[in-house]
Design a protein around this ligand. Sequence first.
Ligand code: SF4
Length: 519
Amino acid sequence: MEYNTVKKRVSRNTIRMIYLYPSLYEAMVASLSSHIIYYMINEKFEDVYLERTYLSSKQGPYYSLETKTTLRNFEFIVTSLHYELDIANLVWMLHSSGIDPRNRFRSQPIIAGGPAVMSNPHPYSKIIDVAVIGEAEVTLPAIVEKWVENRFDKKRFLEEVSSLEYVYVPSIDEPDEKIYRRYVEDLDSAFYPIKQFRSVNVEHPFGEGFMVETSRGCRYWCRFCMESRLFKPYRSRSFGKLREIIDQGLLTNNLNKVIIYSLSFPSSNVEKLIVRFIAEHGYSVSIPSIRLEYVEDDFLDLIKKAGQKSLTIAPEHLCPTIQRLIAKYMDLDLVLNSIYRIIDHGFDVKMYLMYGFKNESLDDIRVMLDSIRKIASRAREKGAKVKISLNLLIPKPHTVFQWIGMIDLVRAREILRYIKRELPGYVDTKLYEINYAWVQSAISLSDQSISDVLIQWGLEGGGLGSWRRVLKKTGFSTKYVFEGYRFGEKLPWSNIALNEDLEKILLAEYEVWRRIIRC
Ligand code: SF4
């Protein structure tokens, strides 16, 4: 059973659309953009019924959650690719529902957004029909409107939407046609999903609560971080608006926990005030990863009062040399003291760390491991748990790593073996599979030529075995992942205009790296 499912009467005039989420139900529930899209389109368009489907363990065909209608009976498909790997699920879900995953053989248009598409839509050019480069609130309604005006005429619809400056239509636009990102300028006046769907059988990854996006974007420019570049500039909701959203949301959904969404938290006084508001009203809170410079006693007390037991931090590396290189530098003593303070306040700690920079030495890794040992022993002393999520750097478009590339997989495995050997056994460590990091980079850094590979890969059901088989069969090489693109060479995603300062910033970042690794 699900709460807050949108119910509409279906008649001959109803425009049947589906939101296809190419991952599991719990991921869809945790994705705030899924809620925004679902409720916004159903509210704005009386004659449109947007239903949902998601990846389940069933073999297919896929049905809508709302009316159990098969996927192939919908005239219009909206999807979001949060991770590059989800493309295999999308292809599989279409195919197993009797829909051709190749765009030119299909009558239904597929409208795709989300970080993977926004950063570089070209890898998906033979699968999706419309790539949306922007935030849903200010892009999707106009696209849906165009379909309402041109129903069942896919060709005409595509011609019409291709005139929108934030839309890329692979079958019409040249790959170098400039596409301009569109974003919400004032979050307070943007649509917000006060009702949020949730299932009684599937728990939200952050516990049963109401999701509140306090801010969007990030003030910082960490050099590896594509996400922040896709959602610049930093925008915050006002305190008054957040109070209103929280009051209405908790009441409407009959909940007493607030799950805060923010890329970098807290980045303003408003975000600190809202935690105070939540704690003082007796609600519980779940906060995203916390910036270490904001680890102050009174703030930790408030979070504790609001029931949070574990805090997530993302220093990314614990060696100052690497921290400087990735522009996420904080004095190591300050980092350690902030983490000790978190532990001393009785929190468990979850830490996101990264390795695999081309100039990273084993000494740099040793410095990181020494710090982990210190943190772990402090936690042990205080009876707290430490979890580490350790990820190989995945070079992404619009970051300096587009020119630097990824370390080779043999070296990555060596480093990982070394880290595993040296880490204290009582530290709970989650390691991201190196081969999936390779696949993710191969997709995100590619041009259109990977599209056929992705279709075949999806038809085989995804996974590493079939990835290797398809690469072998097609002769597709992923050497660009490890070599990076040549500086000055045209990049596949250079038609995607994200931010007017980005080019200057990237050039400056590249100069720094060039001096360091002499590439
Ligand atoms: S890693 Fe975090 S702090 Fe750094 S730019 Fe990305 S979102 Fe912002």
